[in-house]
Design a protein around this ligand. Sequence first.
Ligand SMILES: Nc1ncnc2c1ncn2[C@@H]1O[C@H](COP(=O)(O)OP(=O)(O)OP(=O)(O)O)[C@@H](O)[C@H]1O
Ligand SMILES: [Mg+2]
Length: 504
Amino acid sequence: MSAYLEFHHIGKRFPGVQALDDVSFAIERGACHALIGENGAGKSTLGKILAGIYRSDAGEIRLEGRVIAPASPLEARQLGIAMVHQELAFCPNLSVAENLCLGDLPRNRAGWVDRAVLRARARTMLAAVGADIVPDRLIGSLSTGLEQLVQIAAAVGTGARIIVMDEPSSSLSAGETRELFRLVRELRGRGITLVYVSHRMEELFALCDSITVLRDGHHVSTGRIAETNPQRVVTQMIGRELRLQTPAHLAREPGEEQLRVRGLSSPGNFSGIDLALRAGEIVGLAGLVGAGRSETLQAIFGLDPEATGEVRVKGHLLPVGSVNAALDARLGLVPEDRKRQGLVLGLSCRENTSLAALPGLTRFGWVHRRRERSLAQKYADQLRVKAPTIETLIGGLSGGNQQKVALAKWLARDCDVLLVDEPTRGVDVGAKAEIYPLLDELACQGKAILVVSSELPELIGLCRRILVMRGGRLVGEVPHTEASEASLMRLMAGVEDEPRTTAS
Ligand SMILES: Nc1ncnc2c1ncn2[C@@H]1O[C@H](COP(=O)(O)OP(=O)(O)OP(=O)(O)O)[C@@H](O)[C@H]1O
Ligand SMILES: [Mg+2]
């Protein structure tokens, strides 16, 4: 067993946090190496040090025995190291081709960018990873999945031998995920070494050869994936055993009807949606990506001016396309995309948490600071947000911790009907186990909650009943007692026995 890539006593401090502390382990050449740990454990930081985005302040990295210390992404690239980022990494207003060739734009004799060469080069890079994307498209117009594919094309196209993939699958559809897995296997087949960060345990076990667990910036273990198992990894990650309880709201009788949607349609997105929510119940909304789930939530919340049909809260009809009316009717929406819709990165955890709750915290135009602080602290504690203090700017938090604050923001607002889109995306297993009881508690307090999730076990464990959407229509409802992955998948895919979409 030859050590190819070695981390020796790596340390990295940010103001108020020791993100990595004395981390040492090694990765073999050509391996797909899993990196796992709770939100804020230091996974992205380690990847960024390797990719030249951050400098470590202790320790060293060795590649084939030689010490390397890339001081910039460009230097890392020259060493053959690239990273596919958890967050958006490209300029959204440039084309795919321009982004792919950004460091090295081809120029003609007059010094102008040579469009034809640019396009041809981009096409070759995209083809190398089997990406069918027109090079002239703007990055901003691509789905997250396609943008990630472009990032992979950029890594492979610049001759990377080592690629760090930071939660590459977290916003992909089932089909895109399958495609990603195929690509990862192919890259590994070509001898490329992969560092693969993910919170999805099944995925790591299906794809990776070896695994490293980090906890709170410390190295916990490294070993062959065949010699460990998911339960053990979870315990190593969170330092305790995970116990899931049956939600208490399931044992109670739901109360009055809170939300009634009738004939809700949006051209090109969904049509004829009828549903009702009662106080104290959590209802799931399942479906494949593209089924229209998020669009439906947004339309209920008044974000879709094109929508037609009726949305009633406690019997009162809401005007179409008015978020203000929705807020006044005590409706809340936790959006799926925290960066684009949920959070203000330049504000602190406290400010972000209280943003939506401000009406309730304000008297005569003054914000009640002490109440604001204790509210923010309460949710930060409950959701185990890892930040030095609640005054820390959101932009400095790890991806999963940002997601927790996005959730806290809406939980802190006292609403009667809560629409939640993918509440646990990018969140570690330990934090998931905190988010479920919190939603349960809100339901027990009498709120009506509608949850969209791509993780079927999450819906099955949490919901009184699960509505299933396919191709923009509601196609069925499965009560808690009959919910299983198989029964839901059948409805979602609209076939008798759809093969499992997870790793094969
Ligand atoms: N640029 C930064 N400024 C300040 N603190 C930072 C910065 N980047 C990371 N941190 C802190 O370092 C710690 C490790 O963060 P990191 O992003 O590496 O976690 P992670 O394991 O990738 O988590 P996640 O699963 O949520 O993505 C966190 O406490 C985070 O708040
Ligand atoms: Mg991260």
